[in-house]
Write a protein that binds this ligand. Structure first.
Ligand code: AMP
Ligand code: GLY
Length: 424
């Protein structure tokens, strides 16, 4: 089977490495992939948002199955276009990907179907938002409606920050058209959990839970990033909480999308906050999380391609989805300066993968002399899988210490919070 994976980050590298475990897979193409992914797949210089290019490539190369991993092409309708061209694909169609593409849509969906989330108001005019903020409770959370490269959420701890955010999003349009509507919502507190789930629209199977570390520096300080590391499972996510989430959040969301005529097939990502009043949805994503995927997929025992095909063709109910016991930890190595200004083009020497420790390459290119060079903010995801979390964390840091990359930095406390929670 010839497979095509759209995207070019650490998440896609993790997906590709897992897909390769299936012996019927003869070739994997990555669009566009990256210099590190090139070791495991044939990289094709077609951008992840190039829908026409992807469809043409798939047809000309006899692709049997496509996996569309990033949010942009999903929201733009790449799966619709591939399926229309007769190419089976994993991922939601555009009318379902809107669950991530529009925060106003997802908040209204939750309200309509009674799915627990933060209280909110939607604004289409800056003056109305500013009037509301005059006596709204602080802190408050301001969200641009559309995709904003993961930066469209501002937690305002003062009234001034809140009004600045409204001016920036709605008037200065710092996130472009994404700021034409905004959501202002209640600030919630509690541990955060990421749960990814496979679904074919009829059956929903949650994967092992995980914990992201969004801030750039140790002790959850510094700016918000795309994620500086992950662990799985998340110790706050107990069996009891999982049951509540399945009954009050996961299945109701799947059913709500069906009721709206927007059946979701693919990976549905639930960003949850475990508040004192119970679990609440913080956000939905229409895809695998990055870097959650780098700890979740290594724990998947079942064959990924089979599960993805079952999601696409509606046979998930009869397809086993099993995760191994144990734990995984992923430490992100980023370019110094990330998430702000950083430089690329630094040489890197990576240790070879071991049985239970491996590196997913997120941002790299292959130089003319064959060396691997950094290219991007998040560069590597160093992952270890072990029988327990403490060993996984230790294993990931041992592997990270073997990486030679002068312009890199990483947090030294990935997993610390999870380990502390486990010991309570
Ligand atoms: P997002 O970009 O949607 O993943 O949001 C980024 C982060 O903002 C989340 O991971 C939360 O830590 C935080 N956040 C979003 N909404 C809320 C909220 N209503 N209350 C508290 N924190 C929030
Ligand atoms: N790690 C969060 C995300 O993928 O959006």
């Amino acid at each position: 089977m010839k497979i095509m994976v759209v995207g070019g980050g650490g998440r896609e590298h993790a997906i590709i490495k897992k897909l390769k475990e299936n012996e019927s897979v003869t070739e994997i193409f990555a669009l566009p992939g990256n210099g590190g992914i090139a070791k495991d797949a044939t990289c094709v210089p077609i951008g992840a948002k190039d829908i026409e290019g992807a469809v043409r490539f798939a047809k000309e190369n006899g692709i049997d199955f496509a996996v569309v991993a990033p949010d942009d092409p999903l929201v733009l309708g790449m799966v619709d276009a591939l399926e229309a061209a007769g190419i089976p694909a994993f991922g939601p169609k555009a009318n379902a990907a809107i669950i991530e593409g529009s925060k106003v849509f997802s908040k209204n969906l939750m309200k309509k179907y009674g799915i627990p989330t933060a209280r909110y108001e939607v604004f289409e005019k800056a003056e109305d938002a500013l009037a509301y903020l005059a006596d709204a409770p602080i802190p408050t959370v301001i969200k641009a409606d559309g995709l904003a490269l993961g930066k469209g959420v501002i937690i305002a701890t003062t009234r001034e920050e809140a009004t600045d955010a409204v001016h920036a999003m709605m008037e200065d349009r710092v996130f472009g058209a994404s700021g034409s509507r905004i959501v202002i919502e209640e600030f919630l507190t509690g541990p955060e959990v990421s749960v990814l789930a496979f679904t074919d629209g009829k059956t929903l199977v949650p994967m092992v839970s995980s914990m992201d570390h969004k801030r750039a520096h140790d002790g959850d300080t510094g700016l918000n990033t795309g994620g500086m590391g992950t662990v799985a499972p998340n110790p706050y996510y107990t069996d009891d909480i999982a049951k509540v989430c399945m009954e009050t959040i996961f299945l109701p969301t799947m059913e709500a999308m069906n009721a709206e005529g927007r059946t979701f097939r693919g990976c549905l990502y639930f960003g949850l906050m475990l508040t004192a009043d119970g679990p609440r949805v913080i956000e939905y994503n229409c895809r695998f999380g990055d870097p959650e995927t780098q700890v979740v997929l290594p724990l998947l025992e079942s064959d990924l391609l089979t599960v993805m095909q079952a999601c696409a063709n509606g046979t998930l109910a009869s397809t086993p989805v099993r995760f191994r016991d144990g734990a995984a930890c992923c430490v992100i190595v980023a370019s110094k300066g990330y998430p702000q200004k950083y430089e690329s083009g630094f040489p890197m020497i990576l240790p070879p993968d071991e049985k239970e420790s491996f590196i997913y390459v997120a941002g790299a290119k292959c130089a003319e002399d064959g060396t691997l060079q950094s290219a991007g903010g998040r560069v590597l995801g160093v992952t270890a899988v072990r029988d327990d979390l403490a060993s996984a964390v230790k294993g990931a840091y041992e592997m990270t210490a073997k990486v030679r990359f002068d312009n890199g930095f990483y947090r030294s406390d990935i997993g610390a919070k999870a380990l502390a929670a486990k010991n309570v």
